[in-house]
Design a protein around this ligand. Structure first.
Ligand code: ADP
Ligand code: MG
Length: 700
């Protein structure tokens, strides 16, 4: 039960005056929530990235070009736009030092007459610009009568926005949300509060949204540090609670002599890399313990994680128990199944596939096999963990996360068996600090070397203007029997625009290469259509596959050797690297063509060249962090930890460490969160939507 104290914050945003269903939809997009799940607290947690300071009032003659300024003056005259002309409406204002021209395009004349009456004193704030030696201001941000000058804010926070949302509306909404803040009972250790100089939570949040200065919103400010601490503590505490409960229900050791594994290794056309061997060894050693395994297996796309997972599953099967492998999508589950079923056959192990699409009698059949234990390895999507699926003896859960975060949900899934071991596989080369923040104290294995025989992928960057050349060269390549992906631009603001651009690109490429040769996949297609398009490409009925990134082009098509990525500058480095990993999987030398729209910023150039020069996912991830760090100086959005609102890697590593220690201390001291501080900490968990963990408490 969420404490009643939090009710006002967890009411839907539509409960705030001035926010209707339409605005709520926009706010859902802004905050990354589902449409019916945008709460007041999401506004309170929306963090400004900079400020506008309106305190500069140098007098009209001394306005610095391009600066935000405030001017107090008297309105002299109006110069309306001539009928049917595109010329702007102008209003002239003067003070002791000079004359300022206010310029309005498509303005409503009566509104201007009302807000700028001739002969009256007014206060105006906005960006100063000089034209032909004369100061002017186009569409001022504020116009108020001189006797209401105090209603003009000195300093305003500037927030990340989204299409259809104006800064004023957002600020007003956040102001309304702030009024819902209750007084919290402090949950942070008094010693830490004192040493760190943390403000109270309510003050920290109000201060963040009503900054007096740039330093008030900086990641180093006491308010931001306190919020980061709260956020990280909530995360670490929930992980620690889950972890401690896992410890209380010991895992069941897995013993195997490696008989099944040997059979499969025999059937493999290759030898394991050193990294793969080490990872398997670490996993087997973990599973021999009576404590449950909680391990992360990191490795680039194509580094060979699947076989490591399979060998772990075979050890479990040899000991008479079951193992599951969960993939994030239907396509990937099927692909795992197809690859694994062949190998498992060599060891005489029965494998089943269970996804949302497994229906009717087939499903009953499979569910029976799972329940009886006939099915030893089960591969599928989240359908694997639906209530009606019960396992005879589930001892290992492997989650192939691809590029997602969110071990919290996954941990709950693993409650299906009698405390199964857990292995999470991820292609995101997350640095160690991020692993800590996102996964807590997990053991980590990394596959850093590429399997033998991989040809490096040649990466080139080409400006979009030369797209014609690229199409020409692609024509030659396809004529030689090669296969290629064409990735359409990512459009952050709108999936609809993304779709249109993919369809247009599909059309032009169809014209260039013939309708029979080109396929299309995008996020709005039915999964049957998607699969058909992927199958056609896999079977070489089509040779070029046009795709949006909404679709995880997860399919393993080893003979695809070219990937073209349009508007590469819009993608994150990690994402580009992952996309590139779709090629270079076969024997053929592969290439990746990054089409970019210039002119590129310095950071933009650096990013693309990192990718051109390196194929190492871990290195790319670190460079990405560094470059994003610089981006912060350039005034773009700061890099945070995925899923975190206040904590940032560059600034808060010390806080993460403190939160981790504190969480361990709390769980040790008050494992059920029953004491006074424990109760307050429950509120913290709810506040940051970590209530998942509360279900693990006996008095939850
Ligand atoms: P990941 O899941 O890490 O992206 P996969 O497990 O799908 O990678 O492996 C990619 C490809 O590499 C597969 O075709 C697999 O059979 C092959 N492979 C895996 N390990 C090796 C190895 N040691 N040597 C050669 N090929 C390998
Ligand atoms: Mg994989």
């Amino acid at each position: 039960m969420r404490p009643a104290l939090l009710d006002p914050l967890f009411a839907p945003v539509t409960s705030l005056s001035g926010i209707g269903p339409k605005l709520a939809k926009v706010l859902a997009r802004l905050t990354g929530r589902d449409e019916d799940d945008v709460r007041v607290v999401d506004l309170v947690f929306h963090t400004p990235h900079s400020i506008i300071d309106r305190r500069l009032k140098p007098g009209i003659a001394y306005l610095p070009e391009g600066a935000i300024v405030t001017v107090e003056g008297r309105v002299d005259r109006h110069q309306p736009a001539p009928q049917r002309s595109n010329a702007p409406y102008r209003v002239y204002v003067h003070d002791d030092t000079g004359e300022l021209t206010l310029t309005f395009f498509h303005a409503k004349a009566d509104w201007l007459q009302r807000s700028l009456p001739v002969g009256e004193n007014v206060v105006i704030s906005g960006r100063a610009e000089w034209f032909n030696g004369r100061p002017s201001m186009v569409h001022p941000d504020y116009i108020v009568p001189a006797d209401k000058a105090d209603t003009l804010p000195d300093v305003e926070p500037v927030y990340p926005l989204t299409a259809g949302l104006s800064p004023k509306v957002l600020r007003r909404s956040i102001d309304a949300a702030l009024h819902r803040l209750p007084d919290f009972t402090e949950w942070i250790d008094p010693g830490i509060v004192k040493r760190q100089g943390f403000p109270e939570l309510k003050n920290a949040l109000t201060g963040l949204h009503q900054p007096r200065d740039e330093t008030d919103i900086a990641p180093e400010s006491p308010a931001r540090r306190r919020l980061a601490y709260d956020e990280l503590l909530a995360g670490q505490l929930s992980l620690a609670l889950v972890r401690s409960r896992m410890r209380r229900t010991p895992g069941r050791p897995v013993h195997s002599k490696g008989v099944l594994a040997d059979k499969v290794l025999h059937a493999l056309p290759f030898a394991l890399t050193k990294g793969q061997k080490d990872a398997v060894e670490a996993i087997l050693a973990d599973m021999k313990q009576d404590e449950r395994m909680l391990r992360l297996l990191q490795g680039d796309v194509g580094s060979g994680k699947t076989i490591v997972g399979l060998l772990a599953m075979l050890a479990v099967v040899e000991d008479g128990a079951q193992a599951v492998l969960m993939a994030p999508t239907e396509i990937l589950a099927r692909q795992h199944y197809e690859g694994i079923v062949r190998l498992a056959e060599a060891a005489g192990v029965q494998v089943s596939l269970l996804t949302g699409k497994t229906k009717g009698r087939e499903r009953k059949f499979i569910e029976n096999d799972i329940a009886s234990g006939a099915s030893k390895i089960v591969i599928g999507t989240h359908a694997l963990f639906q209530d009606n699926v019960s396992y005879a003896d589930l001892r290992l859960v492997i989650v192939d996360e691809q590029h997602r975060f969110g071990v919290h949900q996954r941990l709950r899934l693993s409650s299906k068996g009698v405390s199964p071991h857990l292995l999470v596989m991820t292609a995101t080369p997350i640095p160690r600090t991020l692993v800590l923040a996102a996964f807590g104290d997990m053991d980590v294995s990394r596959l850093t070397e590429k399997p033998a025989g991989r040809k490096p992928i040649q990466t080139v960057t080409i400006p979009t203007e030369r797209i014609g050349d690229v199409v020409g060269r692609l024509r030659d390549a396809l004529a030689q029997g090669k296969k290629a992906y064409w990735i359409c631009p990512l459009v952050e603001e709108s999936e609809a625009i993304e779709l249109v651009s993919a369809e247009q690109r599909f059309e032009t490429l169809t014209k260039a290469f013939g309708a029979d040769n080109v396929g299309l996949v995008h996020g709005r297609m039915s999964s049957a259509d998607k699969e058909a398009a992927m199958e056609a490409f896999k079977a070489s009925r089509t040779r070029l596959l046009v795709a949006t990134t909404v679709v995880e082009v997860g399919v393993d098509v080893p003979d695809a050797s070219i990937i073209v990525i349009e508007h590469a500058e819009r993608f994150g480095l990690a994402q580009l690297h992952q996309l590139r990993g779709r090629v270079g999987r076969g024997d053929e030398a592969s290439s990746c063509i990054l089409l970019y729209k210039g002119p590129l910023s310095e950071t933009g150039k650096a990013r693309l060249s990192v990718l051109r020069d390196s194929n190492d996912g871990f290195r790319i991830a670190e460079e990405d962090l560094k470059l994003r760090g610089e981006g912060e100086l350039l005034g773009t959005r700061q890099s945070g930890i995925p899923g975190f609102r206040f904590a940032s890697l560059e600034s808060h590593v010390d806080i993460l460490e403190m939160a981790r220690k504190d969480a361990a201390y709390i769980v040790n001291k008050d494992p059920e969160l029953e004491g006074a501080r424990g109760q307050a900490l429950r509120t913290l968990l709810y506040l940051f939507r970590r209530d998942e963990a509360i279900r693990y408490l006996s008095a939850g």
